[in-house]
Design a protein around this ligand. Sequence first.
Ligand code: FMN
Length: 179
Amino acid sequence: MSKKILIISGSPRKNGNSELLCGRFASGAEEAGNQVETVFLREKTIGYCLACDGCQRNGGTCVRNDDMADVLGKMKSADVIVMATPVYFYTMDAQMKTVIDRTYAGSVDVKDKDFYFIVTAAENRQAMLERTIEGFRGFTSCLNGATEKGIVYGIGAWKSGDIKESPAMQDAFELGQSV
Ligand SMILES: Cc1cc2nc3c(=O)[nH]c(=O)nc-3n(C[C@H](O)[C@H](O)[C@H](O)COP(=O)(O)O)c2cc1C
């Protein structure tokens, strides 16, 4: 059955390592007959959650008028959400964390989703990326019916494009195919 897949690419680097892995995941998923949309956070203006609770009082509309309403709408309507981030100081980047915080306005409707995580780092030790993955799990543990389905570990990638030499490119393609 064709699934609606939303890829959220969190890197500020155009054609960077995580973005390249997002592309491989998308190619695999499209080849398998799914519908894929990629949101590049580097193209979006999304401010921090203000913790004003305005959204809790007015039916889930954030007081901030920026690109997050559109991203949240896409998250709600997707069957599958792929979250991709570079590792910054052994956790996700601020762009991705900001999106997660802003789902506060409607995370109750981000329900029954399958999740995939894509992480890239200069680091060669895969275990050192677990803190970043645990950050994603902190988010999915707050959602109803979230299922973690797979992870691409893009280790050993420092400069933009280094990931092209990594088996993670094939891992991402195959994981996309398997959705
Ligand atoms: C601000 C900053 C912090 C970083 N922190 C780490 C880190 O803690 N561990 C690591 O292995 N790589 C770190 N890196 C390297 C990136 O994770 C690496 O270059 C990654 O491939 C970037 O992915 P991208 O090309 O998708 O942006 C950092 C890079 C930047 C710019």
